[in-house]
Every structure is written in structure tokens, then in C-alpha cells.
Design a binder for this molecule. Structure first.
Ligand code: COA
Length: 142
């Protein structure tokens, strides 16, 4: 399987929405929200897949804020999340940052593996859960 990273294309919407519902059963973005992201961040809503299937996506912006990321369950733990993260890291100027649910142990492990550090906790940010703000500063090019 050769997975490639591309920019979101409207033809991806049903597959991305499916991944969204599988990944965030109670809090999935609607299709409208995903399309709004695609319109607002056309260069930084990125998708990974092969010629048959869409495996995941990551949305970030020019400040380095990662808004969302998910990999289809059957393609997890294969390094695809890492590839999307590295693409975002390469494209960002100084830093990457995000909010993550304190109870999302898998995502926390993933972002820690990406060298992100927790810098703050926002109590009850998600209503029933705290947000942890994580950040990664890029090293300046020498
Ligand atoms: C978080 C997520 C995007 C990671 O994607 P992935 O493609 O599975 O991640 P990778 O295969 O690149 O994993 C890289 C490293 O992250 C860590 N990691 C990833 N998934 C993990 C898990 N379920 N438990 C513990 N550590 C994990 C591991 O250290 C892994 O390295 P290893 O395989 O050498 O042990 C994916 O689990 C996912 O879609 N989760 C549901 C949606 C979500 O929570 N998104 C983040 C919200 S902010």
C-alpha cells in the first residue's frame, strides 16, 4: 500500500466524515463543519490515503494550531498519524500546538511521542473533561 498525502478534495468528504464518526463517536464534526474547514484552510486540511481508500486526515492552520486529526481505526499504529504530523511540522513556521482531552490517553501518547509538551490545563474545556494544551517549538534552521 502506498499512502500519499494530498490536500482535502470535496470528493473525500464522505470518507472523512466516516473516519470522524468512528474516531469521535460522541463529538464528531458535522459534514458542514468539515467543509467549512476545507474552505477556510484549503492548503492545510490534509488527507492521507492510497488510490482505493482514505485512511485519515489532519487539519492545521498557519499559526501552527492543529484543529483535528484522526486515522481510520484499521490503519492506526502504522505510522500514518506520524506522517501527517511531520507534514504539518515541516509546513509550520515556529511551532505546532493543540488542545487535547486529558482522558484521550492514546492521543496524549501519540503527541508526546511527537515531542509535544503539555504547557497548560484548561479545566472543563470539553464540559466533562479538561483540555491539555500541548506545544512543540521548531528548532530554528542553522
Ligand atoms: C492519535 C492518532 C491520530 C494516532 O495515529 P496513528 O497513525 O495510529 O499513530 P502512529 O502509528 O503514527 O503512532 C506513532 C506513535 O504514537 C504512539 N501511539 C499511537 N497510538 C497509540 C495508542 N493507541 N496507544 C499508545 N500510544 C500510541 C506510539 O508511541 C506510536 O509509536 P509506536 O507505534 O512506535 O509505538 C490515532 O490514534 C487516532 O486517530 N485516534 C482517534 C482520534 C484522536 O484521538 N485524534 C486526536 C485528537 S486531538
Amino acid at each position: 500500500m502506498v499512502f500519499k498525502i494530498t490536500r482535502f478534495n470535496i470528493e473525500d468528504i464522505d470518507k472523512i466524515y466516516e473516519i470522524e464518526k468512528e474516531s469521535f463517536p460522541k463529538t464528531a464534526y458535522s459534514k458542514e463543519t468539515l467543509i467549512r474547514y476545507a474552505l477556510g484552510l484549503p492548503d492545510t486540511f490534509i488527507v492521507i490515503g492510497d488510490n482505493k481508500e482514505t485512511a485519515g486526515y489532519l487539519i492545521f492552520d498557519k499559526t501552527g494550531h492543529i484543529h483535528s486529526a484522526a486515522i481510520k481505526p484499521k490503519y492506526r499504529k502504522m505510522g500514518l498519524g506520524t506522517r501527517l504530523f511531520m507534514y504539518a511540522k515541516k509546513s509550520s513556521r515556529q511551532r505546532l500546538w493543540l488542545e487535547v482531552r486529558s482522558k484521550n490517553a492514546a492521543a496524549l501518547r501519540f503527541y508526546k511521542k511527537m515531542d509535544m509538551k503539555v504547557i497548560k490545563k484548561i479545566p472543563n474545556y470539553y464540559g466533562n473533561d479538561d483540555a491539555l494544551v500541548m506545544i512543540l517549538y521548531k528548532e530554528p534552521k542553522s
